[in-house]
Design a protein around this ligand. Structure first.
Ligand code: DX5
Ligand code: ZN
Length: 225
């Protein structure tokens, strides 16, 4: 898949979907205009919550043709790159805060044929990205502390998005910026103006049906020059 760094892409997060009807929920956001399906993978160690793993993802693969984006909130991502790629995931992001060798993990993801993303928690500075920009296909900025849906957007994220956009422009690397946490129609204007392009939204979409209506409002609110 190719990710246009300047296109607005909406990625509903299944974390807020009805877990007893995941396939239906995926089909509904697909029909409603979603671009990517965001999968929050939690291990109960890196974050204080547990979700689902490769076998569930493999089963969900038949529910849509949209790209699957796995956001790994797990302590040992290297061990799970291959299983998630085999399950049909197209994009995999790993946290900068994970112990290990990030550059090697990103290479593993690309060798598997998926897009490689790096995630930054709210307290993490963008400086750690500077020397690995060539290894990254997208950057995920967390606007809440990971682990749960429905949390409030952390306002300092706006300055961070602006700083990151500037760093990427100066480096001549137009890497798409994904944003995750407390995102919805009400702040889409502000976050897109600051540089966010792939918007992850869980509770804003699944908590406010009809889904197509929320996504339409997000597209209308986006400011992309
Ligand atoms: C949080 C997850 C998010 C979560 C966002 O750890 O990474 O993807 O689902 O949920 P909302 O959009 O409700 O803040
Ligand atoms: Zn996420």
């Amino acid at each position: 898949m190719h990710i246009d760094p300047n296109a607005l892409l909406i990625a509903p997060s299944l974390l807020s979907a009805d877990f007893s009807r995941l396939c239906e929920e995926i089909a509904r956001v697909d029909r409603g205009g979603a671009d990517i399906i965001h999968l929050d993978i939690m291990d109960g160690h890196f974050v204080p919550n547990i979700t689902f793993g490769p076998p569930v993802v493999a089963k969900l693969r038949s529910c849509t043709d949209l790209p699957f984006d796995a956001h790994l909130m797990i302590e040992n991502p290297d061990q799970f790159i291959r299983p998630f790629i085999d399950a049909g995931v197209d994009m995999i992001s790993v946290h900068l805060e994970t112990r290990g060798h990030l550059q090697r993990t990103l290479a593993l993801i690309r060798e598997g044929g998926a897009k490689a993303g790096v995630v930054l928690n709210p307290a993490t500075t963008i400086e750690g990205l500077r020397y690995i920009l060539d290894d990254i296909d997208y950057i995920l900025i967390m606007s809440v502390n990971p682990g749960f849906g429905g949390q409030a957007f952390i306002p300092s994220t706006i300055g961070k998005l602006q700083d990151l956009s500037k760093m990427l422009t100066e480096a001549g690397r137009p890497i798409p910026i994904q944003l995750d946490g407390g995102v919805g129609p009400d702040n889409t204007g502000e976050v897109t103006r600051a540089g966010a392009r792939i918007l992850v939204a869980g509770s804003a979409i699944f908590g406010n049906p009809p889904y197509e209506e929320v996504m339409r409002r997000m597209r209308e609110a986006a400011v992309i020059e």
